[in-house]
Design a protein around this ligand. Structure first.
Ligand SMILES: NC(=O)c1ccc[n+]([C@@H]2O[C@H](COP(=O)([O-])OP(=O)(O)OC[C@H]3O[C@@H](n4cnc5c(N)ncnc54)[C@H](OP(=O)(O)O)[C@@H]3O)[C@@H](O)[C@H]2O)c1
Length: 256
C-alpha cells in the first residue's frame, strides 16, 4: 500500500459512497477501490446481473441498485437515502461510432441525454440537499472534452458540458460555504472497457490500421484499475486544490 492509498483508507473508512455505472469498466474498478478503502459502496447501473456479480465479489461492503442514472428521481432518492460522503458519477452512454454525416440527431445527442443529464441532476441535488461538509462529487468527463472525438457524435461536447457542470457546482458550493468538493476527471481513451474498445476499433478502422498498430502508436494504455486508484486518491483528499484532472497511464495531472 502506498501513502496515497493509506491516506484514502484512513479518510474513507466507514463512509458511504455512491458510484453510478458500477457494473463494469471504470465504475466497477472505482467501486472496488472505494470498498477496499473501507467505504460502503452503493453501486448503480441499469443491468442487475453484473451488479449482482460485483456484490458476490465485494460482499456486504456493496449494495447494488438497479436504476437509470439520468433519471432525476433516482438522483434525489439515492442522495436523500444515503447522504454519500463520496459521489462518483461514472455512468455514461456508449456513443454511436460513426462520422457526422452518418449520425442522426438521436444518436448524436445520446450522451447529452445520459451523461449531461446525470451530471446536472445529481450535482443539483448534492447542492440543494446539501451533502455534508467535506463530501466529494467526482464526475467522469473525458480527454475528448479537450481534444474532440469526430467519430462519436455529441460525445466530446457532452463531456465538456459535464466538466463545466462540475466547475459551476464547485463555484456554487464555495459561494454558499458548503465545503462540498466538485471534481471532474478526464481520462484518455483506452481499450480497457467496452465503451473504449468500441471507440478504439472505430478510430483504427478510420485510419485503415489494425487495433494493435493503433494502440502501439499511442503508448501505454490506461487500465480500469488505474482509474479506480486515481479516483480513490481524489476521494481520499490527496489534493484538494484542483477542480479537474487529465488522466493517462502516467497518472493524474491537474487541468489549468
Ligand atoms: N473507456 C474510455 O476510454 C473512457 C475514456 C474517457 C471517459 N470515459 C468515461 O468513463 C465512464 C465509464 O466508461 P467505461 O469505459 O467504463 O464504460 P462501460 O464499460 O460501457 O460502462 C458504462 C457503465 O455505465 C452504466 N450505464 C450506462 N448508462 C447508464 C444509465 N443511463 N444509468 C445507469 N447506468 C448506466 C453501464 O451499466 P448498464 O448498461 O447496465 O446501465 C456500465 O456500468 C463513462 O462516463 C465514459 O464516457 C471512458
Amino acid at each position: 500500500m502506498n501513502m496515497t492509498e493509506n491516506k484514502a483508507n484512513t479518510t474513507l473508512a466507514g463512509t458511504t459512497a455512491i458510484v453510478t455505472g458500477a457494473s463494469r469498466g471504470f465504475g466497477r474498478a472505482i467501486a472496488a477501490g472505494l470498498a477496499a478503502a473501507g467505504a460502503h459502496v452503493v453501486g448503480v447501473a441499469r443491468g442487475v446481473t453484473q451488479l449482482d456479480e460485483l456484490r458476490d465479489e465485494l460482499g456486504d461492503r456493496f449494495t447494488p441498485v438497479a436504476g437509470d442514472a439520468a433519471d432525476p428521481e433516482v438522483a434525489v432518492r439515492l442522495i436523500d437515502e444515503h447522504r454519500p460522503h463520496t459521489l462518483v458519477l461514472c455512468a455514461g452512454a456508449s456513443p454511436t461510432m460513426s462520422s457526422l454525416p452518418e449520425q442522426t440527431w438521436e444518436s448524436f445527442s445520446q450522451n447529452w441525454n445520459v451523461d449531461v443529464a446525470q451530471a446536472f441532476h445529481w450535482s443539483q441535488r448534492a447542492l440543494r440537499r446539501p451533502l455534508a461538509p467535506g463530501s466529494s462529487v467526482i464526475a467522469m468527463s473525458s480527454g475528448a472534452a479537450v481534444n474532440g472525438s469526430p467519430l462519436s457524435g455529441g460525445y466530446a461536447g457532452a463531456k465538456a458540458a459535464v466538466k463545466f457542470i462540475a466547475d459551476y457546482a464547485g463555484i456554487e458550493s464555495q459561494r454558499a460555504g458548503l465545503d462540498i468538493r466538485f471534481v471532474s476527471v478526464l481520462p484518455r481513451l483506452t481499450p480497457a472497457t467496452e465503451l473504449g474498445a468500441k471507440a478504439v476499433a472505430a478510430y483504427a478502422g478510420r485510419q485503415g490500421i489494425d487495433v494493435d498498430t493503433f494502440l502501439q502508436a499511442g503508448g501505454p494504455a490506461l487500465t480500469a484499475e488505474q482509474v479506480g486508484q486515481s479516483v480513490l486518491a481524489i476521494a481520499g483528499g490527496a489534493d484538494r486544490d484542483h477542480g479537474a484532472y487529465l488522466l493517462t497511464a502516467a497518472g493524474l495531472s491537474p487541468l489549468s
